[in-house]
Design a protein around this ligand. Structure first.
Ligand code: GRF
Length: 217
């Protein structure tokens, strides 16, 4: 891990966004109902000042931070500036929710095993920026959603949770997108909660999930 300061009462979360922010919305809504465990979203950061996600965050009176990519010579320079801001906010968990930048090795080391991502397909199938469309066009009958830890190899980190979504005869790309997003909004808060409750253990490629009943908690 990098120099992450761990606070005791809450686990400070930053959500990184670039676009619509429907997953951010699901996470904020879950938090209000106690659905993120001790997780508390304290910062929403974006590389795009026009992201609707920022409006959603402001609607909940969350602090927002925009860092546009222009003006940084390299990915690492950008990530150093982002990491600085996250450290200032004492962030302990970084949740990527439609953040369209690839993170540098520097950032990933800085928040080692503390960065989550959601991908709209069943990894390792359909990696990349068009997971839903690629699955739809490939003719597969089942696709889904994956929440995983972020590592240096794109869309390849250890899988935390996955859920399948059937592609039916009458599905269009639009209806499939709707089904995928619905599952994302259920799955992501669940994964964040598992993290904040300390129930996840990474063992190589595998993420072990400690069951509630094992230790009676
Ligand atoms: C989601 O489909 C997510 O899986 C992918 O980017 C999309 C973000 O959507 N990584 P939103 O901005 O949360 O609505």
């Amino acid at each position: 891990m990098g120099s992450v300061n761990v606070s005791e009462e809450y686990m400070n979360i930053a959500v990184l966004v670039s676009g619509d922010g429907s997953n951010l919305q699901a996470l904020m809504d879950a938090e209000e109902k106690g659905g993120l465990g001790s997780g508390k979203i304290v910062l929403v950061a974006s590389d795009n000042h026009e992201a609707f996600a920022l409006e959603r965050a402001r609607g909940k009176n969350l602090e927002t931070f925009v860092l546009e990519g222009s003006g940084y010579r390299s990915r690492e320079d950008y990530d150093r500036a982002m990491a600085r801001r996250l450290h200032e906010a004492r962030i302990e968990l970084v949740v990527l929710a439609g953040f369209m930048r690839v993170l540098s090795g520097f950032f990933i080391d800085e928040y080692k095993d503390r960065i989550l991502n959601i991908h709209p397909a069943l990894l390792p199938s359909f990696k990349g920026a068009h997971g839903i469309k690629d699955a739809y066009e490939s003719g597969v009958k089942i696709t889904g959603v994956t929440v995983h830890f972020v590592t240096k190899e794109l869309d390849s980190g250890p899988v935390i949770l996955q859920t399948g979504v059937g592609i039916e005869e009458n599905d269009t790309l639009d209806t499939l997108e709707e089904k995928i997003h619905k599952e994302e909004h259920r799955l992501y808060p669940e994964a964040v909660k598992l993290f904040t409750e300390g129930r996840l253990r990474v063992e190589g490629r595998r993420v072990r999930i400690r069951r509630r009943d094992v230790d009676g908690d």
